[in-house]
Design a protein. Structure first.
Length: 328
């Protein structure tokens, strides 16, 4: 087990660093303290996720690749949170809605501490997000951890606590490709229901069964078969961009290529799958095209309206999200 880090730049008077975790089998995970971002996962020297060309690129353009996105991942309709008789307004940065926390946690420079023992190589990252930042209430302290073991499993956890009533629904936004393109991969997903969405990408009429739709991955199916279907929801979002409600059976998801397999386990109630529908080989992400990678965003599904009770945190209530990615 090994850990190391290198400084590659500065932002907001803070050092930008790339932290490397390595296990005894040569698997490597590289993490940036910018956004608590998973930058690379190397299995047999082959990258399993979508990455930009160099670490310094991540802070040049907002792209969500591998970042710890918060305080809320996804959209909030009209940017409104209703609790009791009060309505709290968040900034509108996605048309008429709020998305991905504004200038969110994935755009901040986190503090970090690497460590290792005989069984694990890890890095702990912490961030203080002050009361009122992006118009969210509460001083929020976040603690993210990436921990690599000798079973080639990368464990990700995110803990947080706020001193005020607030809303919190973060996610790790890594795009997986297993060294190929997501369009060509096979997926099995333990979800019997998904949430159809409207033109803005928000759910609009509750859960629907995946049976008989392009969203049925209960049995292993090529992702490209769904992306090229005539399903109205696929056409509406130009691909997969939908929440899947997990049925509690493990693992949550299994992704397979010709040479590798990824197994996903989580304590989240849903996975939002997004197939990189917007990537088009332009800008900082010029090395990435449409359907090159797919996310498994472990979170609470976005709400239809302004009742955000599922993601409301009481003062000093502890939040913990866990995701395990096992590579073979």
């Amino acid at each position: 087990m090994k850990t190391s880090f290198v400084k590659y730049g500065r932002k907001n008077n803070k050092d930008l660093c790339e932290i490397t975790l390595e296990n005894d089998h040569g698997m490597v995970a590289q993490v940036l303290n910018y956004g608590a971002t998973l930058e690379k996962v190397l299995v047999d020297s082959e990258n399993m996720i979508l990455s930009l060309k160099k670490p310094a690129d991540y802070s040049k353009e907002h792209n969500f690749l591998g970042g710890s996105v918060g305080r809320i991942a996804g959209r909030v309709r009209a940017g409104q949170w209703k609790h009791g008789n009060e309505i709290h307004q968040l900034p509108l940065n996605d048309g008429e809605n709020h998305i991905h926390g504004g200038v969110g946690t994935d755009m901040q420079v986190w503090n970090f501490r690497p460590s290792c023992d005989k069984k694990h190589s890890r890095v702990d990252l912490t961030l203080f997000d002050p009361d009122g930042h992006n118009d969210y209430p509460g001083n929020l302290k976040l603690h993210a951890r990436y921990e690599l073991d000798n079973d080639n499993t990368l464990h990700y956890s995110l803990e947080a606590v706020s001193d005020k009533l607030t809303i919190f629904n973060p996610v790790n936004h890594t795009y997986f490709n297993l060294g190929e393109r997501a369009e060509d991969l096979d997926l099995q997903l333990n979800a019997d229901y998904y949430l159809p969405v409207d033109e803005s990408g928000l759910p609009n009429h509750g859960m629907e069964q995946v049976a008989g739709t392009a969203f049925d991955f209960r049995k292993t199916k090529r992702i490209g078969d769904a992306l090229t279907s005539d399903d109205a929801q696929i056409k509406l979002r130009n691909g997969i961009d939908h929440p899947f409600i997990l049925n509690g059976n493990n693992p949550a998801a299994t992704l397979s290529s010709r040479k590798h397999k990824l197994t996903v386990r989580t304590n989240a109630p849903a996975l939002v799958l997004y197939a990189g529908n917007h990537f088009n080989h332009i800008g900082i992400a010029s090395n990435i095209g449409q359907y090159d990678g797919i996310t498994f965003e472990a979170q609470c599904p976005p709400a239809e309206g302004n009742d955000l009770g599922q993601i409301t945190l009481l003062p000093f209530e502890k939040f913990k999200r866990v995701v395990n990615w096992k590579f073979e």
